[in-house]
Design a protein around this ligand. Structure first.
Ligand code: SF4
Ligand code: SF4
Ligand code: SF4
Length: 256
């Protein structure tokens, strides 16, 4: 049976412990950011950040209401990134995680185009770049350990377990507290179903979730479009990325 996670947004206090734990476990560096007048930092996922907390401020009855949204790969049940990859560098494992294998990757970045949640990121700044994304701590799961971000959360925002139990828990929390949650488990149906799901007290669309995502597996759409991109474009993308990386590295030498 595959592992799964329910993120209960009513429990998150925005401490970012998960963000730090993920960095530590995965040995990811910090990236320079700018003060932009908002608390969300970094502004979005990047090649060194597999998960981050988005701070959303809304107003209810004249009082500010904060929501803190943990974002990371949702480990789709039938992932578009996997079906788009021409060399099987991404795999959906039986245990639940969608894993990335850099030794197979040719840098075409079809996975980035295909993902309906804009998750995979590219190491644009490196001379030999790879794709980066949350691995669902697959090595920890293999060793019977809880993923680092879940283990560190002080409020139990994330409920971790077997897929059926996780879905049942989400449904039970909604049913047991009428009026507390919106009647929607985000990820139960979106993109054909995901291993990481959300429940919330605020409508998902107002928190920036893609509310128009289709409730069907994405791979059938993915190949309708990506399958038509000639292989030569993949090569052009690779050469372009290499040229860009070289130019950038020369520029940064000059700056130094
Ligand atoms: S969220 Fe995106 S990157 Fe993650 S498994 Fe689904 S399609 Fe792949
Ligand atoms: S599951 Fe692991 S890799 Fe994914 S966000 Fe949590 S700590 Fe990071
Ligand atoms: S550690 Fe838990 S409470 Fe803190 S930001 Fe992450 S999910 Fe929210």
């Amino acid at each position: 049976m595959a592992k799964s996670v329910l993120i209960d947004l009513t429990r998150c206090i925005g401490c970012r412990g998960c963000q730090i734990a993920c960095k530590e476990w995965n040995e990811r560096k910090a990236k320079k950011t700018e003060m932009r007048g908002v608390y969300t930092n970094p502004p979005e996922l990047n090649s060194e950040t597999y998960t981050y907390i988005k701070f959303v401020e809304q107003e209810k009855d004249g009082v500010p209401v904060w929501s803190f949204i943990k974002d990371q790969c949702l480990h789709c049940k039938d992932p578009a990134c996997v079906s788009a990859c021409p060399v099987e560098a991404l795999k959906k494992t039986e245990a639940g995680p969608v894993t990335y294998h850099f030794d197979r990757c040719i840098g075409c970045r079809y996975c980035m185009l295909a993902c309906p949640f804009y998750i995979p990121k590219y190491e644009w700044e490196k001379a030999v770049p790879w794709v980066q994304k949350c691995s669902f701590c697959s090595e920890r799961i293999k060793a019977d350990m809880v993923p680092a971000c879940i283990k560190t959360c002080p409020t139990g925002t994330m409920f971790y377990g077997e897929y059926d139990d996780v879905l049942k828990e989400g449904r039970s929390r909604i049913n047991k507290s009428p009026g507390k949650y919106v009647d929607h488990i985000y990820g139960e149906k979106e993109a054909g179903g995901t291993s990481w799901m959300y429940i919330s007290n605020v409508p998902f669309a107002s928190l920036g979730f893609n509310a128009n995502i289709v409730n069907r597996n994405f791979p059938e759409y993915t190949w309708k479009y990506i399958g038509k991109i000639p292989a030569v474009i993949g090569v052009v993308l690779i050469v372009g990325a290499a040229t860009w990386a070289l130019t950038r590295s020369k520029n940064s030498d000059k700056e130094e």
